[in-house]
Design a protein around this ligand. Structure first.
Ligand SMILES: *[C@@H]1O[C@H](CO)[C@@H](O)[C@H](O)[C@H]1NC(C)=O
Ligand SMILES: *[C@@H]1O[C@H](CO)[C@@H](O)[C@H](O)[C@H]1NC(C)=O
Ligand SMILES: *[C@@H]1O[C@H](CO)[C@@H](O)[C@H](O)[C@H]1NC(C)=O
Length: 467
């Protein structure tokens, strides 16, 4: 008798907790001809059940797995009840039931808490979305700030003035503007040699196209991140079509999402989620020849992780490298060490205390991660928003937030010289936290405020010195 009552009570409990989360799962109870109870859980797919614009998949998965646990418990109870009906209810059995009941109650409470947590997150996201919409609207209504006469936009002059170039050039605002004007006055037709880059795909960066949106992150963990394709994949399982993504917000960032191709990526369906052996620091990771290279959290340790064997291959300190906020890019975010890949291999972009914050470039051995050669530039790392390598040339981005900014500096590791350039660049979503060049795709990959975008580039003849 007690057993029946408690079972009914239990099912009420579950039903009531389920009714608070109607999108996620439903429980049906029925009797079969033999008079036995059947409990059936239906769990909606996470895609179907998520609210529009806020599919909080990991949490949802957590909730679903707890539901599965509940299901197992109910099954236990039912088989217990069947046995109990035949033999009478023993004291031990009753104790077991009580324990199971207590556990179900705990699970129920936990589920409720999770649901409240999810609700809060959804509200927060909706708030943010509204904010972004408002921002977009006001942007649309703001007139463009281009002032061609001074060779740049007002946005540009402020962050860059006198900060980003060391003494030889930094004799104040006026000098800077003058120099910049000189750069932009080079007539465009003279610069364009489209299609004239040679077979190695090498060339000098001439221009960057408009950002093309591929995916928008749908939870707060996607405000910053890294997304890439391997320019030189190895093996057959992961190819040059595979897209890789790491959401970089969180205390312990270890998930590496693999997508079969760009379509699946845009739809948000990963083929696999790899769990990295060590947590990731910030957005400087890169993918090259079947390995993910990244900086271990809160250290100057570089890690090489083979995505095929899913194992750590190398783990080496980058000598003298500043880390964890000593010399980040201008937006912060612990972007002290930025790894990059181009036609010439693997690079680290960082600074050291010895270089006093000047941007240092090191070419790394992709096998061992040892430094092969280093260059110290005369641009301060903290004054630029990001940087990437292309044919052994480093390019820096002036601003991470200005919607119309420039690639403002180039350093050639072949000659060991650097200088100002001015190539227009758009931060469409106003918070660009990752920028990497992919030489196989001949595109820049960027992560701009939840938005994963690419930019086409035009390259010109390497030897052309625009003079
Ligand atoms: C991948 O490589 C193949 C052959 O090497 C090439 O034809 C194709 O365009 C590449 N695809 C992408 C997405 O890079
Ligand atoms: C990565 O692991 C796979 C599978 O074990 C192996 O075949 C491949 O050679 C490894 N790649 C590198 C670059 O170590
Ligand atoms: C072709 O690319 C290589 C590799 O970077 C470079 O050394 C060479 O100067 C380029 N050739 C021309 C004609 O630009």
């Amino acid at each position: 008798m007690w057993l029946q009552v408690s079972l009914v009570y239990l099912s009420c409990l579950i039903l009531s907790s389920q009714s608070q989360a109607p999108d996620q799962a439903s429980l049906h109870r029925s009797n079969d001809p033999a008079g036995r109870c059947h409990y059936i859980f239906s769990v909606a797919s996470p895609e179907e059940s998520s609210c529009s614009g806020s599919s909080i998949k990991p949490e949802m998965d957590g909730v679903l797995s707890r539901l599965a646990l509940l299901e197992a418990l109910v099954t236990q109870l039912i088989t217990g009840a069947d046995r109990g009906a035949g033999t009478g209810v023993g004291a031990n059995h009753e104790e077991g039931l009580q324990e199971a009941y207590a556990q179900v109650t705990r699970e129920r409470n936990q589920l409720q808490q999770d649901k409240e947590h999810l609700d809060r997150q959804i509200q927060e996201l909706q708030g943010r979305l509204a904010e972004l919409n408002k921002e977009a609207e006001s942007l649309r209504q703001t007139p463009c700030l281009h002032t061609h006469t001074s060779g740049g936009t007002q946005h540009e002059i402020k962050p860059a003035s006198g900060m980003y170039i060391n003494p030889p050039y930094s004799s104040g605002n006026g000098a800077y503007q003058e120099m910049k004007a000189e750069v932009t006055e080079v007539p465009a037709p003279h610069l364009i040699f489209e299609g004239n880059h040679n077979l190695t795909g090498c060339g000098k960066l001439l221009s960057v196209g408009d950002p093309v949106l591929h995916r928008k992150a749908d939870s707060i963990t996607g405000k910053y991140g890294v997304w890439l394709q391997d320019p030189e994949p190895q093996g057959t399982y992961y190819t040059n079509k595979t897209v890789w993504r790491i959401d970089a917000v969180g205390k312990d960032v270890r998930q590496l999402f693999a997508y079969e191709d760009i379509d699946q990526f845009s739809r948000g369906f990963p083929m696999k989620v790899l769990v990295l052996p060590e947590p990731v620091e910030s957005t400087g990771a890169t993918m090259y020849r079947g390995s993910l290279y990244y900086q271990r959290k809160h250290s100057r340790t570089l890690i090489r992780y083979n995505v095929t064997s899913e194992s750590l291959v190398s783990r080496v300190e980058l000598p003298q490298a500043s880390y964890h906020g000593q010399h980040p890019y201008s937006w912060g975010g612990y972007t002290d060490i930025d790894l990059a890949v181009d036609q010439q291999g693997l690079w680290a972009i960082y600074s050291t205390n010895k270089a006093k914050g000047a941007l240092v470039i090191s070419q790394l051995d992709p096998e061992t991660l040892e430094v092969k050669k280093s260059w110290e530039t005369n641009i301060r790392k903290k004054t630029v928003a990001n940087a990437f390598m292309l044919c052994g040339h480093l390019y820096t981005l002036a601003s991470y937030a200005a919607p119309h900014t420039t690639i403002n500096y180039m350093y050639d590791t072949a000659t060991g010289t650097g200088g100002a350039v001015s190539i227009p660049f758009k931060n469409k979503y106003r918070y660009n936290c990752m920028l990497d060049y992919n030489h196989a795709q001949r595109k820049l990959f960027a992560w701009d405020n939840f938005h994963m975008v690419t930019y086409d580039v035009r390259l010109g003849r390497m030897s052309d010195d625009s003079s």
